[in-house]
Design a protein around this ligand. Structure first.
Ligand code: PLP
Length: 387
C-alpha cells in the first residue's frame, strides 16, 4: 500500500534522539526551549511554547484568550475535530463558517455576512480559528481586518502549514493573529511523534500559555503572590494541565526542523508533477484540483482531487483495491455524531458538505516518487472511466 502520508526519519534524527536519552534530562531540560527558540526564529515570531499535541496547543490558546462559558468560538467545518473541540473544552459554544469551494479555506465573504448577522443578534464570537487547509494560508489580511472591526481574537490553526508562506512571510509569525498553532503528528510536515506548538508575539499570552501547559504552577517571582518566598517555593496560581513536550520529542523536532525547507520544496515539486500529470483528467474526466492563491506558498500537507459526487465512493474503493492509501479530508465537523447532539444539522455549511462529497486525498510525502505518481494518476484515470 502506498500510504497517503508518511514521516521521513534520517539517521541524524535517530542519533539526536539517542543522544537525549543518554543525557540528564528526559523532560524539562534544555532541548525544549532550544526547539521553541528555533521554531520562533524560523517563523519570525517572538515566542513559542511547545506542548504534547496541536490539540493541547489549541486548548491552551483558547484558555490564554480567556475563552469560557457563554463565549462563542468560530472555526471551519472543513477541518479535523480538534479545531472545534478546543472551544468545547473551555465550556464555550462552537459555530462554523462555511468555506470557499475552490481552496477549502474559511470564506471571508461568509465570515463577513455571519459577523454582521451576529452583531445584530448581539452575539459575536470571542475567537475565530481559521484553518490553513492542506497547507495553504487563509486570507489572513482580510480576516484580521474583520477582527479589528468586530473585536474578536484570532488563533491560526496552522497544523498543515509549517514551512508555508503568506505574503512572502512565514506562516506562524502572528502578524495577523494572536496565536498560531502547529502540529508535529507524523503525517504532518515535520514530526516529533506527537507534539504541537503555539507561537505568539505577546508577552502576556506567552506567560498564560506556559502556565496552562504546566499545572498553572509558577516560580516566576513577578507572578508569585505569597509572602514567604522560600527557595523551594512555587505557587499554583491558576488551573492548568500537564501538556508538556519531552526532551525526546524536542530532539526529534529540532532535527526535523533542519530539513523543513527541503521537505516543503519536495512536496511542492511533487504537487507540480501531479498537476502536470493530471491535466488530461482535468480536461476530460471532470477532475478538479484545489485552487492556489498568488498570496501563498503552500506547505502542501495534503494533495487532493475532486470528482463528481456519484463517482467518489466507487473511485475511492477502486484506488484502495489498487493499493493506494487514499483518504478523505474532511468529514465536516458538524456531521460528527457528537456535534449532531449539540444541534447541528447535516445540511448546514453546504460548501464544506459539497467539498466532502467530492474530495479524495491522494498520497503525498517527501519519499513519494514520480513513478508512484505515474501509477496513481493512471489508476485515477482508469478508475474514472470504469466506475
Ligand atoms: C492534525 C491536526 C490537528 C491536531 O493535531 P495533533 O497534533 O494530532 O493534536 C488539529 N488541527 C488540524 C487542522 C489538524 O490537521
Amino acid at each position: 500500500m502506498i500510504p497517503y502520508g508518511r514521516q521521513n526519519i534520517s539517521d541524524e534524527d535517530i542519533n539526536s534522539v539517542v543522544e537525549v536519552l543518554k543525557s540528564d534530562y528526559l523532560t524539562q531540560g534544555p532541548a525544549v526551549p532550544l526547539f521553541e527558540q528555533k521554531v520562533a526564529e524560523y517563523v519570525g515570531a517572538e515566542f513559542a511554547v511547545a506542548v504534547n499535541s496541536a490539540t493541547s496547543a489549541l486548548h491552551i490558546a483558547c484558555m490564554a484568550l480567556n475563552v469560557g462559558k457563554g463565549d462563542l468560538v468560530w472555526t471551519s467545518p472543513n477541518s479535523f475535530v480538534a479545531s472545534a473541540n478546543c472551544a468545547l473544552y473551555c465550556d464555550a459554544d462552537v459555530d462554523f463558517v462555511d468555506i470557499e469551494a475552490d481552496t477549502g479555506n474559511m470564506c471571508v465573504k461568509a465570515l463577513t455576512d455571519k459577523l454582521e448577522k451576529a452583531e445584530q443578534a448581539g452575539r459575536l464570537p470571542k475567537v475565530v480559528i481559521p484553518v490553513h487547509f492542506a497547507g495553504q494560508s487563509c486570507d489572513m489580511k482580510n480576516i484580521h481586518r474583520l477582527s479589528l472591526r468586530f473585536g474578536f481574537n484570532i488563533i491560526e490553526d496552522a497544523s498543515h502549514a509549517i514551512g508555508a508562506k503568506y505574503l512572502q512571510a512565514p506562516v506562524g509569525n502572528c502578524r495577523y493573529a494572536d496565536i498560531t498553532v502547529f502540529s508535529f503528528h507524523p503525517v504532518k510536515i515535520i514530526t516529533s511523534a506527537e507534539g504541537g506548538l503555539a507561537t505568539t508575539n505577546s508577552k502576556s499570552l506567552l506567560a498564560q500559555l506556559q502556565l496552562f501547559r504546566s499545572h498553572g504552577v509558577t516560580r516566576d517571582p513577578k507572578l508569585l503572590t505569597g509572602e514567604n518566598q522560600e527557595p523551594w517555593y512555587y505557587e499554583q496560581i491558576d488551573l492548568g494541565l500537564n501538556y508538556r513536550f519531552t526532551e525526546i520529542q524536542a530532539a526529534l523536532g529540532t532535527s526535523q526542523l533542519s530539513r523543513l525547507d527541503e521537505f516543503v520544496v519536495k512536496r511542492n515539486e511533487l504537487v507540480a508533477y501531479y498537476q502536470q500529470k493530471l491535466k488530461p483528467a482535468v480536461a476530460q474526466l471532470n477532475v478538479k484540483l484545489l485552487a492556489t492563491s498568488a498570496d501563498c506558498y503552500s506547505a502542501n500537507h495534503l494533495f487532493m482531487i475532486k470528482v463528481p459526487a456519484a463517482k467518489r465512493r466507487p473511485l475511492f474503493e477502486f484506488l484502495r483495491n489498487k493499493k493506494i492509501g487514499v483518504n478523505v479530508h474532511y468529514i465536516p465537523i458538524h456531521h460528527q455524531p457528537y456535534y449532531q447532539t449539540l444541534g447541528f444539522t447535516k445540511d448546514q455549511y453546504p460548501k464544506a458538505v459539497d467539498h466532502y462529497n467530492s474530495a479524495i486525498t491522494l498520497p503525498l510525502y517527501p519519499d513519494l516518487t514520480e513513478q508512484d505518481i505515474d501509477y496513481i494518476v493512471a489508476c485515477v484515470e482508469e478508475g474514472l472511466t470504469s466506475v
